[in-house]
Design a protein around this ligand. Sequence first.
Ligand code: S3P
Length: 269
Amino acid sequence: MESLEELRRQIDQCDKELADAFCRRMAVVEKVAACKRGGGLPVFDPVREETVLEAVGTKYDSEYRSELQDFFASIMRISRGYQSRQLFPYHIVLIGFMGTGKTSVGKMLSDWLHRPFVDLDEMIETEEGRSIGDIFAADGEDEFRRLEHEAIRRHTGGRYAVLSCGGGAVLRLDNVELLQASGRLVLLEATPDTVKERVHGGEERPVLHGGNDVEDIRRLMEMRKRAYHNAADTAVQTDDRSVEEVAEEIVDRLLEMGSAAESSKEQST
Ligand code: S3P
């Protein structure tokens, strides 16, 4: 029987081959990212990923088939994360009124682009150990806004993420400055009727007091409209659209913005 030492030597050799192959693969992934940037193609191509996994499953008739598929699924996630950092080297910041879908869209983007999802409201609740409703009730809105500013300051300093901001976050200019300095701001929009449908009856949004009155929503939205648009790099409509459709449009917009910035840079040199 081979000694443990000899077996470990064989494992080290396999790891070296895997690492070499992985680095070669990543170098190709980098070229793919450049092609995608040029052609405005999606970072996440589920059909292509399915095809790769199927090929691995059928081509290698191995007892490790399911482990092999897990292994490739993980490699593809890592590649996506890498491409996403190349294509979008900044935080993707979702802003907009309550009920515009920041959380659901943000989670989908975070999955596609394999980067962390940070819901700032949730961060505040976790760090404080109480709900936003409780913070408003016990300490008032000013205290919540102070905590929100602190959360933005902390998380804009972290690794590239999808940041979902509370609906009132960009009403403060110092928040906007922090977010713009480290990210691209995508405004999600919806009509007051859609917002009402989405937030109706929820207790967790103290500024809407239950969200039952569409006129209240309209008024508050109008008051905030200018601040939202001033802060945003781009705006996406979410009425009657699936989370996936909205997320796809955001990726397209960010790709467009990248190439617009590059071509204006090229023109100026
Ligand atoms: C607020 C929106 C909420 C939350 C807080 C205040 C606002 O976030 O931050 O209740 O002023 O619009 P969502 O937009 O994620 O609901």
